[in-house]
Design a protein around this ligand. Structure first.
Ligand code: GTP
Ligand code: SPV
Ligand code: MN
Length: 601
């Protein structure tokens, strides 16, 4: 299967939908002169265009059409085996000074980086088609919505962007004629998909992204991590709102009382699953609906935080997805889905580790090699992904596109921690909650290249996605609090605590409804709790365990706060805070010291 493909021939009446905005036309022309493509395809987002591009992608062997009966209108793509996840070590924030990017980001000088990239991009699209993708992030009528343009030589990127964003004509309308309008410039080229020439570079001051040498997910769908989070967080600080790596869900009681909750968990730590949660039988009558599964843009209205999901699709982790773990995701990916790096069965269906039913007797693995259940390699890559439209989700929230956003009652932070962190605890107030978010730790996952399973600090799940100095980001959070007359309550969860023999203590998935229920009780003001060194935890009588096969002893283990583990935890937090130097806000240091004192007394 191919990643790089030669130019397509463009039939008349397609690929010629240019914007009226002179600034965009000038920029595209400049990029064209540099990259020297064979031809240019201006995307309009129409169905006719979509059909044409799918045909081209299958003809060029960039996509394999899947079994039309089993997964209608769906396709498989295999990325280069050297290119299967985000590359944090090659991701750069190019601000005028290194301090502006801060110590948690890779920094490089904007001038030098532009010249280096210009050198790599010179003639890079010779013999290829240059696609221009206009798109918006955010609901069509939201004041938060942003316009972006992505130039790419990957037809796979175009087809993914069509699902992940609102693409085409809608963006040209939103942009209008004003050459001074705010819009994001994104340039992507596969080059030769060589890890030695792979860079994901952000120029926040110029609202510009340049990504080269990769064809995978978060590296190349520039709307997502690059615009909605890295550039987004920079703009959010300047403009007084929040761009966060958070799911948004709605939860409605049998009496019809509805709350919205946003939750920040690091990559591959359960956002999509939580956003699509199916309440267990004991919670009959409760409804959970999905607003978003990865990104939340939040603004202050009438003293409350209101959130929108800027995306239009899900780019979700495939392995482990089943009708048992996440039936709503399974229904979402039954049709109109692009699969990346899963296994292909003999009847052109898809398979992955953790899918319902027995494994196929033989299949083609994500690398394109023959696979059987006896193989030692995985059939699907651990970071294999689905791209599916939000519209496919049976529990999509009816107000998913509400422009003003949805009022957030609670913010939940959570990491993947085998030890230390209890199942759930609550912060005292906004400032304490900001401290809890700022000190989040989590074990690394396959979503980024590098070692898996190592605890690192991942503040607010934004370590790889904050487009400026992390200390200033914390300060921005602290400044939001006092502007809220009705701030969300803040919680921390951990679905991943393990027993001494290495098994998850908590069943997770749908059963996380029990944790969510306690959180809602707290929001409603009638849930009880007990004060601990780290925050408020539910007492046994506050936490609904009816119909659940978890022993009291396990529950005690899930909620245990062990001083020796917390001693190490507080040291790790301190070490991280120290790296931020003078940018580290004092109130958060004071919060840390207060917890340390409580353990000491
Ligand atoms: P990104 O798309 O990378 O941002 O990931 P995400 O945060 O949306 O994570 P996702 O929901 O896709 O889950 C990632 C992995 O965690 C999958 O393998 C899930 O099966 C697993 N997972 C999710 N929720 C739970 C849970 O409650 N308990 C356990 N044990 N595993 C879970
Ligand atoms: C993540 O890593 O948090 C993702 C997947 O959501 S990617 O879009 O590849 O960054
Ligand atoms: Mn994510």
């Amino acid at each position: 299967m191919k990643n790089i493909a030669p130019a397509i021939s463009i039939p008349t009446g397609l690929g010629d939908h240019k914007p009226q905005n002179q600034a965009v036309l000038d920029w595209v022309h400049e990029v064209e002169l540099l990259m020297a493509p064979e031809n240019i395809f201006w995307c309009d987002g129409s169905d006719r265009e979509h059909g044409f591009l799918l045909d081209q992608a299958t003809d060029q062997n960039v996509l394999i059409k899947l079994n039309e009966q089993k997964v209608p209108r769906s396709y498989l793509h295999r990325s280069n085996p050297n290119d299967v996840a985000r590359v944090e070590q090659f991701t750069f924030i190019c601000t005028p000074t290194k301090e502006q990017a801060g110590p948690t980001n890779n920094w490089s000088d904007p001038g030098a980086t532009y010249s280096k990239l210009r050198g790599m991009l010179e003639g890079a699209m010779r013999g290829r088609t240059m696609f221009v993708i206009p798109y918006i992030m955010g609901p069509p009528d939201s004041p938060l919505t942003k316009v972006g343009f992505e130039i790419t030589d990957s037809i796979y990127v175009v087809l993914n962007m069509r699902i992940m964003t609102r693409m085409g004509e809608i963006a040209l309308k939103r942009l209008g004629h004003n050459p001074a309008a705010e819009w994001n410039r994104g340039v992507h080229s596969l080059l030769d998909v060589d890890p030695a020439r792979r860079f994901i570079c952000h120029f926040p001051q110029d609202n510009t992204i340049i990504s080269v040498g990769s064809g995978y997910g978060g590296n190349v769908l520039l709307s997502k991590k690059c615009l909605a989070l890295r550039i987004g967080s920079y703009l959010a600080r300047k403009q007084g709102w929040l761009a966060e790596h958070m799911l948004i869900l709605g939860v409605e009681s049998p009496e019809g009382k509805k709350h919205y909750v946003a939750a920040a968990f690091p990559s591959a730590c359960g956002k999509t699953n939580f956003a699509m949660l199916v309440p267990p039988r004991h919670f009959a009558g409760w409804k959970v609906t999905t607003v978003g599964d990865d990104i939340a843009w939040m603004q202050i209205r009438n003293g409350r935080l209101f959130a929108v999901n800027p995306e239009n699709g899900y780019f979700g982790v495939v392995p482990g997805t089943s009708f048992k773990s996440n039936p709503n995701a399974m229904t979402s990916i039954e049709r109109d889905t692009l699969y990346t790096n899963v296994a292909l069965t003999a009847d052109d269906d898809v398979w992955w580790e953790g899918k319902d039913g027995p494994p196929p007797d033989c299949a083609v693995d994500w690398r394109g090699n023959e696979w059987t259940p006896a193989s030692t390699e995985k059939a699907a890559h651990p970071n294999s992904r689905f791209t599916a439209p939000c519209r496919n989700n049976p529990v999509l929230d009816p107000d998913f596109e509400k422009g003003e956003g949805l009022p957030i009652s609670a913010i939940i932070f959570g990491g993947r921690r085998s030890d230390t962190m209890p199942l759930v605890f609550q912060a005292r107030d906004w400032e304490h909650g900001t401290y809890i978010g700022a000190t989040m730790g989590s074990e690394t996952t396959a979503a980024a290249t590098g070692a898996v399973g190592q605890v690192r600090r991942d503040p607010m799940a934004m370590l790889p996605f904050c487009g400026y100095n992390m200390g200033q980001y914390f300060q921005h959070w602290l400044e939001i609090g006092p502007r809220l007359t009705n701030p969300p309550l803040i919680f921390h969860v951990n679905w991943f605590r393990k027993s001494a023999d290495g098994k998850f203590l908590w069943p997770g998935f749908g059963e996380n409804m029990r944790v969510l229920k306690w959180i809602l009780d707290r929001c409603e003001g009638h849930g009880g709790g007990a004060d601990t060194e780290v925050g408020t935890i539910p007492r046994p009588e506050d936490f609904d365990l009816v119909d659940l096969d978890v022993t009291r002893e396990t529950m005690r283990a899930l909620f245990s706060i062990k001083p020796d583990e917390w001693k190490r935890e507080l040291e790790a937090q301190q070490k991280f805070f120290d790296t931020l130097g003078e940018y580290m806000p004092r109130p958060l240091i004071a919060q840390h010291d207060k917890v340390a004192e409580r353990f000491a007394s």
